[in-house]
Design a protein around this ligand. Sequence first.
Ligand SMILES: [Zn+2]
Length: 292
Amino acid sequence: MKKSLVVLFVLLCFSFANAQMGFDAKNALNYIKIQCDFGARVPNTEAHEKCKNFLVSELKKFTPKVKEQKFTYNDLERKQVLNLTNIVASFGEQKTRIMLCAHWDSRPFADKENPPSQKPVTGANDGASGVAALLEIANYISKHPLKNYGIDIIFFDGEDWGEEGRADKYCLGSEYFSKNMLIESPAYGILLDLIADKNPEYKIEGHSSYFAADIVYKVWQKAKKLGYTEFSDERIGMLIDDHLPFLKKGIPVIDIIDLDYPHWHTLKDTPENCSAQGLFAVGETLLALIYE
Ligand SMILES: [Zn+2]
Protein backbone atom coordinates (compact mmCIF):
# COMPACT_ATOMS: atom_id res chain seq x y z
CA MET A 1 0.00 0.00 0.00
CA LYS A 2 2.67 2.43 1.11
CA LYS A 3 4.87 1.49 -1.79
CA SER A 4 2.05 1.99 -4.32
CA LEU A 5 1.30 5.42 -2.82
CA VAL A 6 4.93 6.40 -3.29
CA VAL A 7 4.79 5.17 -6.87
CA LEU A 8 1.59 7.16 -7.45
CA PHE A 9 3.19 10.28 -5.93
CA VAL A 10 6.25 9.93 -8.15
CA LEU A 11 4.05 9.42 -11.20
CA LEU A 12 1.99 12.51 -10.34
CA CYS A 13 5.12 14.63 -9.87
CA PHE A 14 6.45 13.36 -13.19
CA SER A 15 3.25 14.17 -15.03
CA PHE A 16 3.02 17.68 -13.51
CA ALA A 17 6.62 18.44 -14.41
CA ASN A 18 5.83 17.47 -17.99
CA ALA A 19 2.33 18.92 -18.15
CA GLN A 20 1.70 19.91 -21.71
CA MET A 21 -0.78 22.43 -23.01
CA GLY A 22 -1.54 20.42 -26.16
CA PHE A 23 0.03 22.52 -28.92
CA ASP A 24 -0.35 20.57 -32.19
CA ALA A 25 3.09 20.96 -33.78
CA LYS A 26 2.25 18.57 -36.63
CA ASN A 27 -0.58 20.84 -37.68
CA ALA A 28 1.72 23.85 -37.36
CA LEU A 29 4.26 22.12 -39.63
CA ASN A 30 1.45 21.55 -42.13
CA TYR A 31 0.65 25.28 -42.01
CA ILE A 32 4.24 25.93 -43.21
CA LYS A 33 3.65 23.65 -46.18
CA ILE A 34 0.30 25.25 -47.05
CA GLN A 35 1.88 28.73 -47.16
CA CYS A 36 4.83 27.52 -49.27
CA ASP A 37 2.52 25.71 -51.69
CA PHE A 38 1.27 29.13 -52.82
CA GLY A 39 4.85 29.90 -53.94
CA ALA A 40 7.12 32.66 -52.60
CA ARG A 41 4.87 35.32 -50.98
CA VAL A 42 6.68 38.25 -52.58
CA PRO A 43 4.64 41.50 -52.52
CA ASN A 44 2.69 42.30 -55.73
CA THR A 45 2.62 38.64 -56.86
CA GLU A 46 -0.28 36.24 -57.21
CA ALA A 47 1.17 33.91 -54.54
CA HIS A 48 1.23 36.83 -52.09
CA GLU A 49 -2.41 37.69 -52.80
CA LYS A 50 -3.56 34.06 -52.56
CA CYS A 51 -1.71 33.45 -49.31
CA LYS A 52 -3.15 36.63 -47.80
CA ASN A 53 -6.67 35.43 -48.63
CA PHE A 54 -5.88 32.05 -47.07
CA LEU A 55 -4.52 33.62 -43.86
CA VAL A 56 -7.55 35.89 -43.48
CA SER A 57 -10.08 33.12 -44.09
CA GLU A 58 -8.21 30.71 -41.79
CA LEU A 59 -8.11 33.27 -38.95
CA LYS A 60 -11.83 33.95 -39.43
CA LYS A 61 -12.46 30.29 -38.50
CA PHE A 62 -10.96 31.07 -35.10
CA THR A 63 -12.25 34.59 -34.32
CA PRO A 64 -14.74 37.03 -35.85
CA LYS A 65 -12.30 39.89 -35.11
CA VAL A 66 -9.99 39.85 -38.14
CA LYS A 67 -8.81 43.05 -39.84
CA GLU A 68 -6.71 43.78 -42.90
CA GLN A 69 -4.55 46.89 -42.73
CA LYS A 70 -3.69 47.89 -46.29
CA PHE A 71 -0.90 50.34 -47.12
CA THR A 72 1.60 51.04 -49.88
CA TYR A 73 5.35 51.48 -50.03
CA ASN A 74 6.98 53.36 -52.85
CA ASP A 75 10.36 51.82 -53.66
CA LEU A 76 12.08 54.55 -55.65
CA GLU A 77 15.18 52.49 -56.55
CA ARG A 78 13.30 49.45 -57.79
CA LYS A 79 10.56 51.68 -59.28
CA GLN A 80 7.73 49.71 -57.73
CA VAL A 81 4.78 50.64 -55.54
CA LEU A 82 4.16 47.70 -53.22
CA ASN A 83 0.63 46.85 -52.15
CA LEU A 84 1.04 45.55 -48.63
CA THR A 85 -1.32 44.21 -45.97
CA ASN A 86 -0.88 43.60 -42.25
CA ILE A 87 -3.36 41.08 -40.86
CA VAL A 88 -4.72 41.43 -37.31
CA ALA A 89 -6.73 38.83 -35.37
CA SER A 90 -7.98 39.60 -31.85
CA PHE A 91 -9.17 37.23 -29.14
CA GLY A 92 -10.96 38.04 -25.85
CA GLU A 93 -12.09 41.33 -24.30
CA GLN A 94 -9.47 41.35 -21.54
CA LYS A 95 -7.89 44.78 -20.98
CA THR A 96 -4.40 43.37 -20.39
CA ARG A 97 -3.19 42.12 -23.73
CA ILE A 98 -0.30 40.20 -25.26
CA MET A 99 0.71 40.82 -28.89
CA LEU A 100 2.06 37.83 -30.83
CA CYS A 101 3.52 38.45 -34.27
CA ALA A 102 5.44 37.14 -37.28
CA HIS A 103 6.01 38.24 -40.89
CA TRP A 104 4.12 36.54 -43.69
CA ASP A 105 5.96 37.86 -46.80
CA SER A 106 8.90 36.15 -48.53
CA ARG A 107 12.21 37.64 -49.61
CA PRO A 108 12.27 38.66 -53.31
CA PHE A 109 15.86 37.46 -53.90
CA ALA A 110 18.19 34.82 -52.46
CA ASP A 111 21.23 36.95 -51.66
CA LYS A 112 22.88 34.29 -49.47
CA GLU A 113 23.05 31.83 -52.37
CA ASN A 114 26.55 31.34 -53.77
CA PRO A 115 26.54 33.14 -56.17
CA PRO A 116 23.59 35.37 -55.10
CA SER A 117 20.36 34.58 -56.95
CA GLN A 118 17.60 36.90 -58.15
CA LYS A 119 15.06 34.11 -57.57
CA PRO A 120 12.74 34.58 -54.58
CA VAL A 121 13.14 32.68 -51.30
CA THR A 122 10.35 30.21 -50.47
CA GLY A 123 10.63 31.30 -46.85
CA ALA A 124 9.47 28.12 -45.11
CA ASN A 125 11.42 28.96 -41.96
CA ASP A 126 11.97 32.68 -42.67
CA GLY A 127 8.44 33.89 -42.30
CA ALA A 128 6.10 30.91 -42.67
CA SER A 129 7.27 29.15 -39.47
CA GLY A 130 6.24 32.00 -37.16
CA VAL A 131 2.91 32.44 -38.96
CA ALA A 132 2.31 28.67 -38.77
CA ALA A 133 2.87 28.58 -34.99
CA LEU A 134 0.52 31.54 -34.50
CA LEU A 135 -2.21 30.04 -36.72
CA GLU A 136 -2.08 26.94 -34.52
CA ILE A 137 -2.21 29.12 -31.39
CA ALA A 138 -5.28 30.87 -32.85
CA ASN A 139 -6.84 27.46 -33.43
CA TYR A 140 -6.08 26.47 -29.81
CA ILE A 141 -7.49 29.70 -28.34
CA SER A 142 -10.73 29.22 -30.30
CA LYS A 143 -11.25 25.98 -28.33
CA HIS A 144 -9.96 27.10 -24.89
CA PRO A 145 -11.43 30.27 -23.28
CA LEU A 146 -8.79 32.85 -22.37
CA LYS A 147 -8.20 33.77 -18.72
CA ASN A 148 -6.27 36.88 -17.69
CA TYR A 149 -4.95 38.07 -21.04
CA GLY A 150 -6.53 39.09 -24.33
CA ILE A 151 -4.46 38.17 -27.40
CA ASP A 152 -3.75 40.10 -30.59
CA ILE A 153 -2.03 38.18 -33.38
CA ILE A 154 -0.42 40.31 -36.10
CA PHE A 155 1.04 39.06 -39.39
CA PHE A 156 3.31 41.76 -40.81
CA ASP A 157 3.87 42.25 -44.51
CA GLY A 158 7.05 43.56 -46.20
CA GLU A 159 9.57 42.43 -43.57
CA ASP A 160 12.04 40.91 -46.01
CA TRP A 161 12.16 43.59 -48.75
CA GLY A 162 15.42 45.02 -47.41
CA GLU A 163 18.82 44.95 -49.08
CA GLU A 164 22.34 44.88 -47.74
CA GLY A 165 23.11 48.38 -46.40
CA ARG A 166 19.47 49.51 -46.64
CA ALA A 167 18.05 48.81 -43.19
CA ASP A 168 15.16 51.22 -43.89
CA LYS A 169 13.72 48.83 -46.48
CA TYR A 170 13.18 46.01 -43.98
CA CYS A 171 10.23 45.73 -41.57
CA LEU A 172 7.82 47.81 -43.70
CA GLY A 173 4.69 46.28 -42.14
CA SER A 174 5.73 46.51 -38.49
CA GLU A 175 7.03 50.07 -39.06
CA TYR A 176 3.64 51.08 -40.48
CA PHE A 177 1.65 49.20 -37.83
CA SER A 178 3.66 50.72 -34.95
CA LYS A 179 2.58 54.16 -36.20
CA ASN A 180 -1.02 53.11 -36.92
CA MET A 181 -1.81 50.65 -34.15
CA LEU A 182 -5.16 48.94 -34.73
CA ILE A 183 -5.01 47.44 -31.24
CA GLU A 184 -4.64 48.65 -27.65
CA SER A 185 -1.00 48.91 -26.61
CA PRO A 186 -0.06 45.44 -25.27
CA ALA A 187 1.52 44.68 -21.88
CA TYR A 188 4.20 42.98 -23.93
CA GLY A 189 4.74 41.31 -27.29
CA ILE A 190 6.56 38.31 -28.70
CA LEU A 191 7.85 38.11 -32.27
CA LEU A 192 8.56 34.71 -33.85
CA ASP A 193 11.05 34.41 -36.71
CA LEU A 194 12.94 31.35 -38.06
CA ILE A 195 11.69 29.02 -35.33
CA ALA A 196 11.49 25.71 -37.25
CA ASP A 197 15.13 24.77 -37.92
CA LYS A 198 15.84 21.01 -37.66
CA ASN A 199 18.28 21.83 -34.87
CA PRO A 200 16.47 24.66 -33.05
CA GLU A 201 18.30 26.90 -30.59
CA TYR A 202 16.93 30.27 -29.48
CA LYS A 203 19.67 32.54 -28.21
CA ILE A 204 18.91 35.86 -26.53
CA GLU A 205 18.74 38.64 -29.15
CA GLY A 206 20.46 41.96 -28.34
CA HIS A 207 17.66 44.51 -28.85
CA SER A 208 15.26 42.30 -26.87
CA SER A 209 17.55 42.01 -23.86
CA TYR A 210 18.61 45.67 -23.98
CA PHE A 211 15.10 47.15 -24.19
CA ALA A 212 12.90 44.41 -22.66
CA ALA A 213 15.08 42.33 -20.34
CA ASP A 214 12.21 41.51 -17.97
CA ILE A 215 10.14 39.98 -20.80
CA VAL A 216 13.10 37.95 -22.05
CA TYR A 217 13.59 36.67 -18.49
CA LYS A 218 9.89 35.85 -18.11
CA VAL A 219 9.68 33.91 -21.40
CA TRP A 220 13.01 32.08 -20.99
CA GLN A 221 12.17 31.13 -17.39
CA LYS A 222 8.82 29.73 -18.50
CA ALA A 223 10.43 27.69 -21.30
CA LYS A 224 13.09 26.32 -18.95
CA LYS A 225 10.56 25.41 -16.28
CA LEU A 226 8.71 23.40 -18.91
CA GLY A 227 11.98 21.70 -19.92
CA TYR A 228 12.49 23.26 -23.36
CA THR A 229 16.26 23.32 -23.62
CA GLU A 230 15.97 24.89 -27.10
CA PHE A 231 15.93 28.23 -25.21
CA SER A 232 19.60 29.02 -24.58
CA ASP A 233 21.27 31.64 -22.37
CA GLU A 234 23.81 32.43 -25.07
CA ARG A 235 23.53 35.89 -26.59
CA ILE A 236 23.51 37.15 -30.17
CA GLY A 237 23.87 40.70 -31.51
CA MET A 238 21.19 43.30 -32.11
CA LEU A 239 19.02 42.34 -35.07
CA ILE A 240 16.79 44.41 -37.32
CA ASP A 241 13.45 42.65 -37.09
CA ASP A 242 9.76 43.44 -36.59
CA HIS A 243 10.10 43.99 -32.82
CA LEU A 244 12.35 47.04 -33.30
CA PRO A 245 9.68 49.65 -34.32
CA PHE A 246 7.78 48.80 -31.11
CA LEU A 247 10.84 48.90 -28.87
CA LYS A 248 11.57 52.40 -30.26
CA LYS A 249 8.10 53.42 -29.04
CA GLY A 250 8.67 51.94 -25.58
CA ILE A 251 6.48 48.87 -26.15
CA PRO A 252 8.36 45.77 -24.92
CA VAL A 253 8.40 43.24 -27.76
CA ILE A 254 11.02 40.49 -27.83
CA ASP A 255 12.26 38.36 -30.72
CA ILE A 256 12.41 34.55 -30.50
CA ILE A 257 14.72 33.73 -33.41
CA ASP A 258 17.20 31.06 -34.46
CA LEU A 259 19.67 32.61 -36.86
CA ASP A 260 21.85 29.47 -37.07
CA TYR A 261 19.73 28.24 -39.96
CA PRO A 262 22.05 27.11 -42.78
CA HIS A 263 19.42 27.86 -45.47
CA TRP A 264 18.68 31.46 -44.40
CA HIS A 265 18.04 33.68 -47.47
CA THR A 266 18.87 30.80 -49.84
CA LEU A 267 16.72 28.78 -52.24
CA LYS A 268 16.83 25.86 -49.77
CA ASP A 269 14.63 27.56 -47.18
CA THR A 270 11.89 25.02 -47.94
CA PRO A 271 9.49 22.86 -45.85
CA GLU A 272 11.84 19.81 -46.13
CA ASN A 273 14.39 21.77 -44.11
CA CYS A 274 11.98 22.52 -41.26
CA SER A 275 10.92 20.39 -38.31
CA ALA A 276 8.21 20.32 -35.67
CA GLN A 277 10.61 20.32 -32.70
CA GLY A 278 11.05 24.07 -32.34
CA LEU A 279 7.44 24.78 -33.28
CA PHE A 280 6.44 22.58 -30.33
CA ALA A 281 8.86 24.16 -27.82
CA VAL A 282 7.79 27.69 -28.81
CA GLY A 283 4.09 26.85 -29.14
CA GLU A 284 3.92 25.17 -25.73
CA THR A 285 5.84 28.02 -24.07
CA LEU A 286 3.54 30.65 -25.60
CA LEU A 287 0.39 28.77 -24.58
CA ALA A 288 1.71 28.46 -21.00
CA LEU A 289 2.27 32.25 -20.95
CA ILE A 290 -1.12 33.02 -22.50
CA TYR A 291 -3.01 30.88 -19.98
CA GLU A 292 -1.03 31.76 -16.81
ZN1 LIG B 1 14.52 37.09 -43.96
